[in-house]
Design a protein around this ligand. Structure first.
Ligand SMILES: Cc1ncc(COP(=O)(O)O)c(C=O)c1O
Length: 429
């Protein structure tokens, strides 16, 4: 699909979508607010929260044969089907766990245990859930841990930095789809292809928690072995993570109730309300797809919906950086630096990483808060950020992470507030 940076949603679609989220324009106290912290947990769809609440009230066990139990089982089956459609997982297994992090640990330790005394390749900008899982598994199963270096200019991991670490002993490569700190997106299809050319036996594990709400995922086409997502980052609730496992790793010895199939990764009884919530997320994406495409095929509508979400977010990103007749873009505001700009508009998620000449990042976050805009400072004092910031040569950034449902006006408000904050900071220096 061609990408034009002015391709915002048409106004009627935008209005429909905005009514579908809780707390889009105000916080829980009713105070007006712009929620630009979606990388920390995204705005929630009303329909997803409501479906989850409805099914949470049912006492019935899905493993029975009465009418309500059968209905609930259908909800689980439909939710599982929707996870598969969202990921385009035509084979393999779907795993669930309380968090996406827990799934990463399960997957990486399982793969690492299957072939000890090789090497595990991870990257310097992985989230701790995959990085620490690789470190843990390397220590447990006598693997060498190899870490691909980041390019500080783009905030991404160049493919060559991964390839140079791969040899016949490489058991697993773990690479993030989209960085939750720099916003850099990796072309996983291309990465997986080149990794397998060097070693076809290497298992490829992808953290898609940040990338999932912003673009199309296609595990079939990408030919990877594992990928995880977290609904609370993609318009749904906390309390569940999902993962895909390819046929070649799904039956490796792993934590499993032994009476179940060898490729079963649900340990214990599934929670119907989570699946009901996920189906509503997919319904929402399909509704966006239906605006542009008359198909009745659910995967087609998911792809269409996600492509338009991506396009809207690229338009938002472009306006943040370059501005418009209404407001000066960040690039042209003296006193603020936008990092990884080189990658912006090429392979960049809707994340702005900012630093200020005359203000610390935490001061800037406070100032935005005084103007009713919620953003977040990623600082090296946090173990979630330290290694990643060091890898890209920064001590802290202000992370601005809006969502596709935000508008041109929201961008302009942010830019005008930024200008005000900058002029206040230059006066106090
Ligand atoms: C890129 C990425 N991966 C993994 C995770 C882990 O998610 P959770 O803490 O829900 O397990 C996060 C959470 O912030 C993330 O941003």
């Amino acid at each position: 699909m061609s990408e034009r940076h002015t391709d915002f949603f048409p106004a009627d679609l935008q209005n429909q979508l905005n009514g579908r989220f809780y707390f889009l324009n105000h916080d829980v106290y009713g105070i007006q607010r712009l929620f630009f912290e979606n990388a920390g947990g995204s705005l929630r769809l009303k329909s997803a929260v409501e479906a989850q609440t409805r099914y949470s009230a049912f006492p019935d066990c899905p493993e029975r044969n009465h009418d309500v139990a059968l209905d609930i089982r259908n909800v689980i089956d439909k939710g599982t089907e929707d996870i598969r459609l969202f990921l385009n997982a035509q084979s393999g297994s779907i795993a669930t766990s309380l968090t996406a992090s827990k799934l990463m640990f399960e997957i990486i330790t399982t793969v690492a245990a299957s072939k000890p005394e090789g090497n595990l390749v991870t990257t310097a900008i992985e989230h701790p859930s995959s990085y620490d899982a690789c470190q843990f598994a390397a220590e447990q199963y006598q693997h060498e841990l190899r870490v691909a270096a980041a390019d500080p200019v783009s905030g991404s991991i160049p493919l060559s930095n991964i390839l140079e670490l791969i040899d016949e002993q490489t058991v697993l490569v773990s690479v993030i789809l989209t960085s939750n700190i720099t916003g850099a997106m990796h072309d996983i299809k291309e990465y997986a292809k080149k990794i397998k050319e060097k070693n076809p036996d290497t298992v490829i594990v992808v953290d898609a928690v940040q990338g999932a709400p912003h673009g199309v995922i296609d595990v079939e086409d990408w030919e990877i072995d594992a990928l995880n997502i977290a609904p609370y980052k993609m318009f749904g609730n906390r309390g569940i993570g999902y993962a895909y496992l390819s046929d070649r790793i799904a039956s490796l010895p792993h934590h499993r109730l032994l009476a179940t199939a060898s490729d079963n990764w649900h340990v214990g009884s599934p929670t119907p309300s989570h699946f009901a919530g996920f189906t509503e997320i997919i319904n929402y994406i399909c509704d966006i797809g239906s605006y542009y495409n008359a198909s009745k095929d659910r995967r087609t509508l998911i792809v269409e919906g996600m492509e338009h979400i991506h396009q809207q977010e690229q338009a938002i990103l472009h306006r943040f950086i370059n501005g418009s007749a209404e407001a000066t873009g960040i690039k042209n505001l003296p006193g603020v630096t936008i990092h990884f700009e080189q990658a912006n508009n090429i392979n960049q998620d809707l994340i702005l990483a900012l630093t200020f000449d005359n203000m610390s990042c935490s001061e800037a976050v406070k100032k935005y808060g005084e103007h009713n805009i919620l953003v977040y400072a990623r600082e090296s004092t946090s173990h979630y950020s330290k290694r990643i910031l060091e890898a890209i040569g920064l001590d802290a950034i202000v992370r601005v992470s809006p969502l596709h449902c935000h508008t041109k006006q929201d961008v302009d408000t942010f830019l005008q507030v930024t200008q005000t904050i900058l002029s206040e900071a230059s006066i106090t220096v």
